[in-house]
Design a protein around this ligand. Structure first.
Ligand code: NBP
Length: 478
């Protein structure tokens, strides 16, 4: 077996197959392998003429067909399958070889694998890949972690196959260890929030205007020409205008209203709790999906729980649509601001040094949350690399501030009308919380000290204190 392939892909289900084709279409000689040989054969039969593939039936031949330092991309089911493939690869690899896990690994697994492979003299690059099947073939957004050294040889290949926006690749080095998969996880969390916010906007428009799905689809299409321009708004317009062939009804009206969640939203929320970062937009979005899927609870409540709500009265349709648009934009900025806080917190905790502006840049194309306003986020972090809060950047302070009256109106109207808008309203509550001069957390600290002697700090002098609540209520320095 001549070692002539520049990169190899093992795991040739939809994602790996398309990634391999993408490498080949960009002129790379690609070694391909799959546990069961059938997928390798079908790739060669169906797409073999798209470029230079080197198929192998055994892992040993696959590894032997790669130029050194070898670059092996693993694209198998995340979890145990990834460990199984790594175990099979390990005895075949040599110092300096690069193993890329491009599946949807949970970042703690990536940290563990990176440490284990580093001890064996290998580079392990946990890489977020976003964009699904189509992205993998035509250009995904790629978020590689691992060592910077590995990026020197791997980076140009990944950049070549990534999506491009204004000629700039949607791929950059994210940071060491699990940084790549972490950033991908937060990306998915933000995607949850974005989708929930869009769904809430749709619901408000539907109930407020009494409009059909197709009419609302047209509103989204119009929004897609402005600040909200994004893949998700674009497909929303499309989905809402789609008609079910069987019934002739609007497609969205015949889809069961129970949303699923595959895990990355949950991981993001769990990690937000671990880090103590209030990612309320992502959490509300994840819980809203869980609520929709809580069938027994919904059945028990439907028709039983009183609403005491007043109908949403819309007198000026255009003004209402504009209010909802502004509320959507402002809530979306909050969700992104929170997601970037989470990245900053993890980066500080793990010493990853993630450049948040660069993350916004590589999300502009190829991925599900690609959007025009990501440019504004990159600019904000270029103005101040250490920006403590995206909302506090001058551009976003203005953009959100201008929409604030509309945002408040929409949240108030939704509450009065009994329309659930958890992501809109919790984002507004976060906004008001983070900008508050003083929060009722002071009372919570006092309560904690009362029942648990948890101590408190004072506004007027340094130190930590405890009041003898069950004694003479004098204060002691703790
Ligand atoms: P799947 O997640 O369906 O996995 C199927 C592949 O894993 C097949 O190649 C299968 O080999 C292989 N595999 C399994 Br299962 N167990 C194995 C084992 N013990 N040893 C070796 N190979 C094993 O494939 P996919 O849908 O193409 O997704 C691949 C990765 O990409 C996953 O991590 C997934 O989460 C991620 N993904 C990402 C996106 C995105 O938008 N970024 C979308 C979809 C998936 P076989 O053919 O022999 O059974």
């Amino acid at each position: 077996m001549t070692a002539r392939a520049q990169i190899g892909v093992t795991g040739l289900a939809v994602m790996g197959r398309n990634l391999a084709r993408n490498f080949a279409r960009h002129g790379y000689t690609v070694a391909v392998h799959n546990r069961s040989y059938g997928k390798t054969q079908s790739l060669i039969e169906e797409a073999g003429d798209e470029g230079d593939f080197v198929p192998s039936e055994s892992m040993a031949d696959f590894v032997a067909s790669l130029e050194r330092p070898r670059k092996v991309v693993i694209m198998v089911k995340a979890g145990a399958a990834t460990d199984a493939v790594i175990d099979e690869l390990l005895p075949l690899l040599e110092d300096g070889d690069i193993v890329v896990d491009a599946g949807n690994a949970h970042f703690p697994d990536t940290i563990r694998r990176e440490e284990a492979l580093r001890e064996r003299g290998l580079h392990f690059v946990g890489t977020g890949v976003s964009g699904g099947e189509e992205g993998a073939l035509l250009g995904p957004s790629i978020m590689p972690g691992g060592t910077r050294e590995s990026y020197e040889s791997l980076g140009p290949i990944l950049e070549a196959i990534s999506a491009k926006v204004d000629g700039t690749p949607c791929c950059t080095y994210v940071g060491p260890g699990g940084a790549g998969h972490f950033v991908k996880m937060v990306h998915n969390g933000i995607e949850y929030a974005d989708m929930q916010l869009i769904a809430e906007a749709y619901d408000l428009l539907k109930r407020g205007l009494g409009a059909t799905a197709a009419e609302i689809g047209q509103i989204f299409a119009e929004w897609n020409t402005g600040d909200l321009e994004s893949f998700l708004i674009e497909i929303t317009a499309d989905v809402l205008q789609h008609v079910d062939a069987e019934t002739g009804s609007a497609f969205v009206d015949i889809v069961l209203d129970q949303a699923e969640q595959k895990g990355t939203g949950r991981w993001t929320v769990q990690n937000g709790l671990d880090l103590g970062v209030p990612i309320t937009g992502i959490a509300e979005a994840t819980f809203a999906r869980a609520l929709s899927g809580g069938v027994p609870q919904r059945e028990a409540a439907r028709g039983t729980l009183p609403a005491h709500a007043t109908d949403l009265q819309v007198t000026d349709r255009a003004a209402f649509i504009e209010d909802v648009r502004q509320a959507l934009y402002a809530s979306k900025v909050v969700a992104y601001s929170q997601g970037f806080d989470q990245i900053a917190a993890a980066s500080a905790e793990h010493g990853w040094d993630v450049d948040r502006g660069a993350m916004a840049r590589i999300w502009r194309g190829g991925c599900i949350i690609r959007a025009r306003f990501l440019n504004r986020i990159t600019e904000a972090y270029e103005r101040d690399q250490q920006l403590p809060l995206l909302l506090a950047d001058e551009y976003f302070t203005d953009a959100v501030g201008n929409g604030l009256p509309a945002w408040r109106r929409v949240v108030a109207q939704a509450a009065a009308a009994g329309i659930p808008a958890p992501a809109f309203s919790s984002s507004l509550a976060y906004y008001d919380g983070v900008r508050a001069d003083r929060l009722p957390a002071a009372l919570i600290q006092a309560q904690r000290d009362f029942f648990g002697a948890h101590t408190y700090r004072r506004t007027d002098r340094e130190g930590t204190f405890h009041t003898l609540w069950s004694g003479d209520r004098t204060e002691q320095e703790a």
